[in-house]
Design a protein around this ligand. Structure first.
Ligand SMILES: C[S@@+](CC[C@H](N)C(=O)[O-])C[C@H]1O[C@@H](n2cnc3c(N)ncnc32)[C@H](O)[C@@H]1O
Length: 282
C-alpha cells in the first residue's frame, strides 16, 4: 500500500470509529512513528510503498487509536511549552490550558533565585517549562504516585539540560515535606474532577489515571488541602497558583480569601474558560 492511500484509508477508519476531529493528523502521526520520519516526508513521497512489517506495526497502532486510546499515549510523547515530553498511561497528558499557568508564573515579580514548587508534577510538564525559562529559579517538583514519578524522572533526565535551572524531584503528599516559609511560588495542577462527572467516561480522559483526575468533595478536596498547606509553606509576598475546573473559580477564590490570601484573581484559558486562580500570601 502507498503512503497516500494509507493516510486516506486510516483517516476514514479513525473518523468512523471514534469521530476524531483530528483523524488525518492522527493517521499521519502514527505513520511518522512507524517510519521514524517527519510528516513532511509523506508530502514529498506519497508514492512510497509500505512494506509488510511497516503495515503490521501500523495496523496495531491504528487498532489502539480506533479503540479510543489517546494519540499521546500511543506515540509515547506530548509537546508542552515546546518541550517533547515522554508520557504513558501513568501520567496525565499535559494540556495546552496548563501552559497559561506557566505563562502567568513567568511574569510574576519574584526574586531572581526564587524558590518554586510544582505540586503533582505528573510528567514534569510545569516544572520543566519553568526550568527552561528561568535558569536561576530553584525548582522542586512533587509527586506522590510511583508511576508518575518514573515518567517525571525520565523527562527531567532527558529534557533538562545544563541550560535549565536546578530541578529536584521529590515523592511527597502535596506540601507535607516542607518547612514553614519555604517557597516564593507554589504552583499546582491538582486532581479536581468530581467522581460522578460524566466527562470521566469520554474521550482521552477514560484512559488517564484516576489519581491524576479525581478528587473528593465535588473535586475540591485536593485544592482545599493545597491552600491550607500553602498558607504555611509560602513566604510573605509569595504566590499560590492553582488550576481548577472551569466551574470552580468562585469556590477556589473564596477558599483563598478565607485563608487570608490577598490579590486573589481568577484567570481564563485560551478557550475563555476560568482555568486557574492566583493569590498572594500577606
Ligand atoms: C492533574 S495531574 C497534573 C499533572 C501535571 N502537573 C500536568 O499539569 O500535566 C495531577 C497530579 O497530581 C498527582 N497527585 C495527586 N495527589 C497527590 C498528592 N496528594 N501529592 C502529590 N501529588 C499528587 C497525581 O499523581 C498527578 O500526577
Amino acid at each position: 500500500m502507498r503512503i497516500d492511500q494509507f493516510i486516506y484509508e486510516s483517516s476514514q477508519l479513525i473518523e468512523t470509529a471514534i469521530a476524531s476531529d483530528s483523524a488525518r493528523l492522527d493517521a499521519e502521526l502514527l505513520l511518522a512513528k512507524v517510519l521514524n520520519t517527519s510528516r513532511s516526508y509523506f508530502y514529498a513521497h506519497p508514492e512510497y510503498v509500505l512494506n509488510a512489517k511497516q503495515l503490521a506495526a501500523l495496523h496495531d497502532l491504528l487498532e489502539l487509536r480506533c479503540l479510543g486510546h489517546p494519540i499521546a499515549y500511543i506515540l509515547g510523547q506530548k509537546e508542552f511549552w515546546s518541550l517533547d515530553l515522554t508520557v504513558n498511561n501513568g501520567v496525565l497528558i499535559p494540556r495546552p490550558e496548563t501552559e497559561t499557568l506557566v505563562e502567568f508564573a513567568l511574569q510574576l515579580n519574584l526574586p531572581t533565585d526564587a524558590s518554586v514548587v510544582d505540586l503533582g508534577t505528573g510528567s514534569g510538564a510545569i516544572a520543566l517549562a519553568l526550568a527552561s525559562e528561568k535558569k536561576s529559579w530553584q525548582i522542586v517538583a512533587v509527586e506522590f504516585n510511583n508511576a508518575a514519578l518514573t515518567v517525571a524522572k525520565n523527562n527531567i533526565e532527558t529534557v533538562a539540560t545544563k541550560h535549565f535551572s536546578a530541578l529536584q524531584l521529590i515523592q511527597a503528599n502535596w506540601l507535607s515535606a516542607f518547612a514553614e516559609q519555604s517557597f516564593d511560588l507554589v504552583i499546582a495542577n491538582p486532581p479536581y474532577i468530581d467522581i460522578h462527572d460524566p466527562h470521566l467516561q469520554q474521550g482521552d480522559v477514560r484512559f488517564e489515571p484516576k489519581t491524576a483526575l479525581v478528587s473528593n468533595e465535588q473535586g475540591l478536596a485536593d485544592i482545599k488541602c493545597i491552600v491550607r498547606h500553602a498558607t504555611y509553606c509560602l513566604r510573605a509576598g509569595g504566590y499560590l497558583m492553582i488550576e481548577h475546573g472551569c466551574d470552580q473559580s468562585e469556590q477556589t477564590k473564596d477558599l483563598l480569601t478565607n485563608n487570608n490570601f490577598v490579590d486573589v484573581n481568577g484567570h481564563r484559558d485560551l478557550s475563555n474558560n476560568f482555568r486557574f486562580v492566583s493569590a498572594m500570601k500577606k
